[in-house]
Design a protein around this ligand. Sequence first.
Ligand SMILES: [Zn+2]
Ligand SMILES: [Zn+2]
Length: 680
Amino acid sequence: METIHITMPDGAIREVPLGTTAGEIAQQISPRLAKEALVARISPLGVHANASSSETAGAETSGDGSSGIESSGASSNGEGFLIDLRAPLDHDVRLSILTPKDPDAIQVLRHSAAHLLAAAVLELFPNVKLGIGPPIDNGFYYDFVRDEPFTPEDLERIEKKMRELAAQDIPNERKMMPKPEALELYRKWDQGFKCELVEEKAVESMVSFYTTGKFIDFCRGPHIPSTGRIRAFKLMSVAGAYWKGQEGNPQMQRIYGACFYTQQELDDYLHKLEEAKRRDHRRLGAELDLFSIQEEAGPGLIFWHPKGGLIRKLMEDWLRDELLRRGYDLVYTPHIMRLDLWKTSGHANYYRENMFGPIEVEKTDYQLKPMNCPGHILIYKSRLRSYRELPVRLAELGTVYRYERSGVLHGLLRVRGFTQDDAHIFCMPEQIETEIVDCMDFAFKVMKTFGFSQYVVEVSDWDPAHPENYTGLAEDWARSSAALQNTLKKLAVPFKRMVGEGAFYGPKIDVKLIDAIGRPWQLTTVQFDFNLPARFGLEYVGEDGNRHVPLMVHRALWGSVERFFGILIEHYAGAFPAWLAPVQAEVLPLSEKFSVYASNVLAELRAAGFRAHLDDRNEKLQAKIRDAQMQKIPYMLIVGGKEAEAGTVSVRHQSKGDLGPRPLAEFISDLRKQVDDKVI
Ligand SMILES: [Zn+2]
Ligand SMILES: [Zn+2]
């Protein structure tokens, strides 16, 4: 009997008959491993794992290239190939049996869940036309063409059918078929999209298929052995999609599902989604009357309503004070400047796609600014600078306009007009580390002040193998990248190095903060620029009397006021801390009888400088409390006979509930302390 040698991850070599499967080897090792195993990985020794010619494997990929992870049995992540547990091994290989602990195995499970979805849909709607069905982050999808839209009730039925088919533990079996036969099969079945895929993707004469009961799919795999392992899943939504992701192609209905290995993981994921929905800044922005986007005015343009405007004022006041304390100068630059300026800066060339079109005035083209940098450069250049005045730190809450396709606009997070908390630092090489230290210190202060404690830091560098993709000399890159890294080391800030991720004009530090539900948000960026000082001929007179080129750093801490406000709304779920809340205290009289005392309380709060409001509507107390809760006002002060007599207020906190009666003066001094200390 012919045998082959299988090398296991621990180095052990097993001699097994030719054609033994990974599943059988798992069974030999332990029945428990066999039960846990989803798929196997063989190392890249040029060995073919499938009985039939492996290069012939057909292909099902994500197709639209946007959200899919290519599903494939023929090539994995560089560590080897993923293969079915029931694929016969036909050569000496290194083999790992993958359990759900392996992220690649989970993607295989999700891919099999996509097939299960298609199988269920075909049982219920035999006339649908099939598109593609890959795994994605957290789940899977499958595209279908059907005349009627899938309704939520349809999704329920489909999910039920999936559970039925899963319970039957139907095997996922691989079949090889000659290409003409495959085309004939799909033609007879009237599956035009699948015919197209076979035509395009099947380069060899044999084509790979997977069957799940009656369902058959042109697919490279691999798949988990049978449907019984797909337990923790849920159909989430239906969305429109174009065939192959191209506008103009036939419209399909994409059914999305979430899929995890355990119910607990699925529940956690669904809970996180619920939380994200509850915190959605677009919904809260309307409910709390903070901001709006008006179709009449155009997409991606933000209207700050009085309450949002007030929060913005508080944010900006804090920022400006901090800028001045740190030796920045505040400047303002025009929103529209000659297009020629943007040619000098290079934006008119490499940034054109993100710019609004030029505006002609008196036969000269003007440009709405997409960035503040050239404006600050013109201020720097307005006179000759001496080394004695460096560093020059010019800061501006600078409003910029960028063209974004309407499809990518998203609330406050992706807009067409926004205000950056922008600054440009011009300095000498020996000053750079001190400047970076202060930028980082400032960034950490921003996070602490606004209530964030977790973050990740990345240093993005050039790719020294491809200097042609970057401006600046190798020594510039080496020196400034070292400055960034040394600074972070000195500050004991852990960071990740991202080689080849730097901008073409210089290395940078990016800070991503982690919000209340664990989501990362790109925030602060500190970037060197070797390009603009050269383009604009910036210089300073050094101690030696000669002219030198200053180093230039762009830095933004919030990124933009709009975006940071959106993040804050979601982080706090709209319940801002007292120092930021548009209304800090709502006075709630028990009845009209106490309106005089209530008005006095209101007057005292306002005299003390607080943002207070009196709810004097003729409503039941419970209704008033509910409304104040809905508006996420930090403090509700309930006043009735007892309170009027004793000069107290009964304090109720938005999240802590009833705190009991307190003398008004005491409440006022407590609130003052909270606001002054910016207590979160
Ligand atoms: Zn597939
Ligand atoms: Zn800039």
